[in-house]
Design a protein around this ligand. Structure first.
Ligand SMILES: NC(=O)c1ccc[n+]([C@@H]2O[C@H](COP(=O)([O-])OP(=O)(O)OC[C@H]3O[C@@H](n4cnc5c(N)ncnc54)[C@H](O)[C@@H]3O)[C@@H](O)[C@H]2O)c1
Length: 348
């Protein structure tokens, strides 16, 4: 691997500027952000100036052809993830694609096949896996302290947290709302802790009850006139190994807390809640709860991006794998389909 690792960014918006570019740049001299592409050239130029990036492009294909890049971050709306990830892989780059993986299972399978074909890494922006409490709980699970995990539940609810910026409420560009924006982080965290079992059946329900009218915007004033996604998603997933998962997420709902997120996993030797971490066990003829005395404060996005670099430098597989990308997209797609038909969807 020639030094430094040459990075390209596709999409010069919120997540690129707040997480990807600063995290690559904070890694040190082994990494250089060489170029940024945005379909609105002015945004690309403005971003390049702000972060002292040498090259700005309107067309990502031109960037991929002209710059010898080692890796690319895909930071565009979900509609463009698949085509841009595939183009970057074909240009010989490792790819870190923002979540959710793409719009459909078919797209994610194509991305996966391309990564296998060219022998490059394809990974996703599931940064909650790098939260210290998630890492600790994973160690407990891998150390068999909870036994067999057979049930889990998760929610990521906001009372009035519809994003007032970007395209998060645009179904055509994003493919959905709360399920694939905030909810998908908790879904991935639960699946990761369960060992990403193979999904069997998905029953889902989605609602659009609040987003299409004006209201108290705790994440800015949302565009209620063009709100075309779900503001609540719920589901139950069963897995081939017999385990099951209950899911809920909201952009907006009439609930007490302004924002709350939780993952609970239940095993036959112990259970645990996350955010905050608490472990429940039966030991020495009594019931005990364990909580960490100290939780490190960290920027999980920065950890994810630094880990991506380490994987490239040391040729090790990133934490979030292409096959997991396919599995989570299968669940997302089945949940939306089930919500539409009212019937449970069998996967496979
Ligand atoms: N990991 C996280 O916690 C997290 C947080 C926010 C967003 N995201 C994900 O990141 C992605 C981008 O979200 P964002 O908040 O940065 O959105 P954003 O709207 O702030 O930025 C997207 C950028 O992409 C540009 N763009 C749009 N279409 C393009 C195209 N075809 N080619 C090139 N550029 C194009 C836009 O002009 C904009 O600059 C989404 O997939 C979103 O789900 C992840």
């Amino acid at each position: 691997m020639p030094q430094p690792i040459r990075i390209g960014i596709i999409g010069a918006g919120g997540i690129a500027r707040s997480a990807h570019i600063p995290s690559y740049q904070s890694y040190g001299q082994d990494v250089e952000v060489i170029a940024v592409a945005n379909h609105n050239k002015d945004k690309a130029v403005e971003c390049a100036e702000e972060f002292s990036i040498p090259h700005a492009y309107e067309d990502e294909q031109q960037m991929l052809e002209e710059q010898e890049l080692d890796a690319v971050s895909i930071c565009t709306p979900n509609k463009f993830h698949a085509s841009q990830a595939i183009a970057a892989l074909q240009a010989g780059c490792h790819v870190l694609c923002e979540k959710p993986p793409a719009m459909t299972v078919e797209e994610v399978e194509k991305m996966t096949l391309e990564a296998e074909k060219v022998g490059k890494f394809l990974t996703y922006g599931f940064h909650f896996r790098f939260q210290p409490e998630v890492e600790t709980l994973k160690k407990y699970i891998d150390g068999h302290e909870l036994g067999e995990i057979y049930a889990a539940q998760t929610h990521y609810n906001r009372r009035r947290g519809i994003p007032g910026w970007g395209v998060f409420t645009n179904k055509e560009l994003q493919g959905g709302g709360t399920l694939i924006d905030n909810g998908v982080h908790m879904l991935d965290t639960a699946l990761y802790l369960m060992g990403y079992p193979e999904p069997k059946t998905v029953l889902g329900a989605t609602y659009q009850k609040i987003g299409q009218r004006p209201g108290v915007g705790l994440m800015g004033e949302w565009d209620y006139e063009n709100f075309s996604v779900e503001d609540m998603a719920r589901g139950m997933i069963t897995f081939e190994n017999g385990s099951s998962l209950m899911f809920e997420s909201t952009f907006a709902a009439n609930v007490e807390e302004l924002s709350s997120k939780k993952v609970s996993v239940i095993g036959d030797e112990g259970g645990a809640d996350l955010f905050p971490l608490k472990i429940f066990q039966e030991k020495y003829d009594t019931l005990v709860d364990t909580t960490p005395a100290y939780v490190e404060k960290r920027d999980a996005n920065e950890y994810l991006i630094h880990d991506f670099i380490e994987c490239i430098l040391h040729n090790k597989q990133p934490l979030s794998s292409p096959s997991e990308g396919v599995r989570i997209q299968q669940i997302i797609q089945a949940l939306y389909e089930s919500a539409k038909t009212g019937e449970a969807v069998n996967i496979n």
